[in-house]
Design a protein. Structure first.
Length: 417
């Protein structure tokens, strides 16, 4: 009683009497010593090393008052409820601090505001996962870790089962490989089969042929499949013929192209296909286009750094400029075949040659890159030849243009192509 009468009224005095060294060591709890609990903590913790050693020596060998005793169910529920309330209070306090920080950063620091929003989103995700795990555990459902472990075990068992089946099948195939019969046994089996095939009834039963109606159905089905271009291209891919068969095919094509009606009809069909063809052009995104140009630039830099590439490119460009002049020549004057060689700006022509192959070129040619086009008899070939002749005459009458600079001259001093 006299201790309480002296200590309790003098809380502020004791708070001031505690040395700063003890406060720095964590002996005194944070905050003012205004309550009885804090005052008792201060009083009990203000012990010297010798005093604490004496208390420890006196307590050695004594049994605690609650040794071997368990809390009652009511006490456990109270402890659990208090722990839940404390945890919820701490969580609510942290949430309030985060919301206050987000509101404060919304006006002052946009970067910090975005970072805090991201952290808040991660906190909510973790909380949702934690709640889901708790609910699953309460319902007796497997946790995500247990589910992943189960899937890994199932996949492992499946792989092991497949490997065992493959090994078993391989062993079975090894057993069946080769003949276990002796040469005498194989000779007897062969003789027995020959005797069977000498029997007319056995031979007729084995040599069963389909009826004419069935063969007609099969033929019609195969013709229908061959009308499909995709199936035909798939079957004919990498198909090689003998030299004799190639020669026969070539002769048949020449005979077909000798017919003016067939040739004109085919040329018109090919022209219509090329005019009406729609091609899907892939469009790159700006980022893909930039990466593509960077790759081209890096590749050209590497090529131009090679010792022999500069001289080779210079020689090729000189030859291209010399071949850039338009040259027209007649290869055969008396035959049905006239060859036209166009170089320089390119051209647009369509015609047929003596070999039976159709040649067509529409587009812009590059310097010195011409095309050999055979023009045979017929309205389409004569019209193409007349148009090409007029175009050549117009280009010959035009004044000469200034020669452009060489590509290596443009390259020197440039960082990118």
């Amino acid at each position: 009683l006299w201790l309480a009468a002296v200590v309790l009224p003098s809380a502020w005095v004791l708070e001031a009497a505690v040395s700063p060294a003890l406060m720095r060591q964590g002996v005194v709890w944070a905050g003012r010593a205004q309550t009885r609990h804090t005052m008792c903590s201060v009083m009990l913790n203000v012990h010297s090393a010798e005093s604490r050693a004496k208390i420890s020596a006196a307590n050695k060998g004594k049994t605690p008052w609650n040794a071997g005793k368990e809390h009652s169910e009511e006490t456990r529920q109270k402890i659990a409820e208090g722990s839940r309330r404390a945890a919820l209070a701490r969580e609510q306090k942290r949430d309030a601090e985060r919301r206050a920080a987000i509101e404060a950063a919304q006006e002052s620091d946009p970067a910090l505001y975005a970072q805090l929003l991201h952290e808040e989103e991660q906190v909510q995700k973790r909380r949702a996962r934690r709640i889901a795990r708790a609910e699953a555990k309460a319902l007796g459902l497997p946790t995500p870790a247990e589910e992943r472990r189960r899937k890994r075990e199932e996949a492992k068992k499946s792989r092991e089962a497949k490997a065992a089946l493959a090994a078993k099948a391989k062993a079975e195939r090894a057993k069946r490989t080769g003949s276990k019969f002796s040469p005498e046994a194989r000779a007897r089996i062969s003789e027995s089969l020959k005797q069977r095939w000498r029997d007319p009834e056995y031979r007729s039963a084995r040599n069963y042929t389909t009826s004419a109606e069935t063969r007609a159905k099969l033929s019609e089905a195969m013709k229908a499949r061959w009308r499909n271009g995709t199936y035909r291209a798939t079957v004919l891919t990498n198909t090689s013929h003998s030299e004799e068969r190639k020669r026969k095919i070539s002769e048949a094509i020449r005979k077909k192209w000798a017919d003016p009606e067939y040739r004109n009809r085919t040329v018109e069909a090919i022209q219509a296909v090329h005019q009406n063809a729609t091609r899907r052009k892939y469009k790159r995104t700006p980022q893909e286009e930039r990466l593509w140009r960077q790759r081209i630039s890096q590749s050209m830099r590497r090529r131009w750094q090679e010792p022999n590439f500069h001289a080779q490119a210079k020689g090729r460009m000189k030859g291209s400029r010399q071949r850039g002049q338009v040259v027209w020549e007649r290869v055969e004057t008396g035959g049905s075949v006239r060859s036209v060689r166009s170089a320089g700006s390119g051209g647009s022509s369509l015609g047929t040659g003596a070999s039976g192959q159709l040649g067509g070129a529409v587009g812009q040619g590059r310097a010195g890159r011409g095309a050999d086009i055979g023009v045979g008899p017929g309205p389409a070939g004569e019209a193409a030849l007349d148009a090409a002749t007029r175009d050549a005459a117009a280009r010959a009458a035009a004044p000469p243009r200034a020669q452009p600079k060489e590509a290596w001259e443009l390259w020197e001093g440039q960082e990118e192509v």
